[in-house]
Design a protein around this ligand. Sequence first.
Ligand code: IMP
Ligand code: MG
Length: 185
Amino acid sequence: MEIKIEDLKVLFSEEQLQTRIKELADEMNKFYNGEEVIAICVLKGAVMFAVDLVKNLDMPLKMEFIRLSSYGSSTTTSGKVNAVDIQLPDLNDKNVLIIEDIVDTGLTAKFLIDFMHCNFHVKSLKFCSLLDKKITRKVDVEPDYYGFEVDDKFVVGYGLDYDGLYRNLRYIGYKGSSPDGDYQG
Ligand code: IMP
Ligand code: MG
């Protein structure tokens, strides 16, 4: 089975996404209170969200990009996180904000949080995900900030892909039934 563009239903419109992102940014602006932040975008899925979020943040901010993948041959996570590319500057004593597209099993989030604590003595570490599939969680991890909760459906658009496709959509959509195919972080 595959996902065709005409099968997609809108779950979160462009306007809903942008409104919620501004709310999240307001919360973060209050929390960081003008302190410098290192925002780490988890490629590829979080790219749209990270870009729109940081445009609404008003503290001194540096952006970093890392690439992970946790995919097998279906729309369910493989259960393994691969560090495809993690090259980071010295994050000791920094306010680190990790920006993800979606927390599903939680393996990626847990991997990243452990990675930061193992390698650096950060000043603060916050994990922000646009979407939170709480119902599919396998490890005990919660994002500090999230945009929307979603139930157990496969979603695409606004950075999230099905077989590499649909990242360019301005909205987040879904297809009712569960298709087979790769999603690549
Ligand atoms: P986790 O490690 O199982 O929490 O999932 C991590 C990655 O799986 C996310 O960063 C996404 O890239 C991908 N993923 C999980 N659910 C979906 C979905 O519904 N659509 C597209 N990608 C997803
Ligand atoms: Mg991802």
